[in-house]
Write a protein that binds this ligand. Structure first.
Ligand SMILES: Nc1ncnc2c1ncn2[C@@H]1O[C@H](COP(=O)(O)OP(=O)(O)O)[C@@H](O)[C@H]1O
Ligand SMILES: [Mg+2]
Length: 217
């Protein structure tokens, strides 16, 4: 069912436009022609394992209808309440630990454990019942340390105003102190994946290229 009645634009992400319907449900529409049924399937699977994701209502190729989770994104919360950065870094690490124990579903191709591959603070909503993970479009299989490294890389290369850099550092330090320290070895690979994914601004590309050359220690 494709209701065109009453929608209010909420956000536009990297690949999609998001609306709130008059019944309070959220509609995610792809701009790239990606089949959203895969993301819906992934979210329903994760709900079954107790991972906090928005509840899926229905999905077609072009539209995913789901529960709207009210609350700031973790990225907004870090920006507005910098004194919470350390605790929020722990919360992001905790979400990774919750994923560590979920078996990768058979419908994902490849081998290894389940990876979100875009688990940065912009894809986490701090809802009334706790953090909820959005945007499962990139989910795949692989080494969990790569998933952690991608979280680190996404935030580390973002261009920020100087005053925000100390907050970012506090967030990332606390995040890394609470995950597998060997995730650092996956940073060059994570940078390669992120670079391949989107056209990014030149400053970000340069930062990613530098990380790709980093030797594991
Ligand atoms: N279920 C939801 N509840 C609340 N906000 C959401 C929800 N789904 C998406 N959003 C908002 O829409 C933005 C874009 O959605 P997202 O799934 O991340 O799409 P994209 O793949 O384009 O990044 C999110 O960053 C968030 O602000
Ligand atoms: Mg997103």
């Amino acid at each position: 069912m494709r209701s065109v009645a009453q929608r209010q634009h909420l956000a536009s992400g990297q690949d999609s436009d998001v609306f709130i319907r008059s019944d309070g449900l959220l509609v995610k529409r792809t701009r790239t022609g990606r089949d959203l049924r895969r993301e819906a399937e992934m979210m329903s699977y994760l709900s079954g394992f107790g991972i906090p994701v928005p509840r899926v209502h229905e999905a077609t190729e072009a539209e995913l209808v789901m529960q709207y989770v009210p609350g700031p994104r973790m990225s907004e919360e870090i920006g507005r309440k910098p004194w919470l950065a350390g605790g929020l870094g722990e919360d992001l690490a905790d979400l990774h630990h919750r994923l560590d124990v979920i078996p990768a579903p058979d419908f994902l191709s490849g081998e290894g454990d389940l990876l979100h591959l875009d688990l940065h603070p912009g894809n986490v909503v701090l809802g009334p019942e706790g953090p909820v993970v959005l945007d499962w479009a990139c989910a795949t299989k692989g080494d969990r340390r790569l998933d952690v490294a991608l979280s680190w890389v996404s935030l580390a290369v973002a261009h920020l105003a100087p005053v925000k850099k100390l907050t970012r550092w506090r967030f990332l330090r606390s995040f890394m102190a609470n995950v597998d320290p060997r995730a650092k070895d996956a940073i060059p690979e994570a940078a390669r994946i992120r670079l391949a994914r989107h056209d990014r601004d030149p400053r970000e590309r340069a930062a990613l290229e530098k990380l790709m050359d980093r030797r594991p220690h």
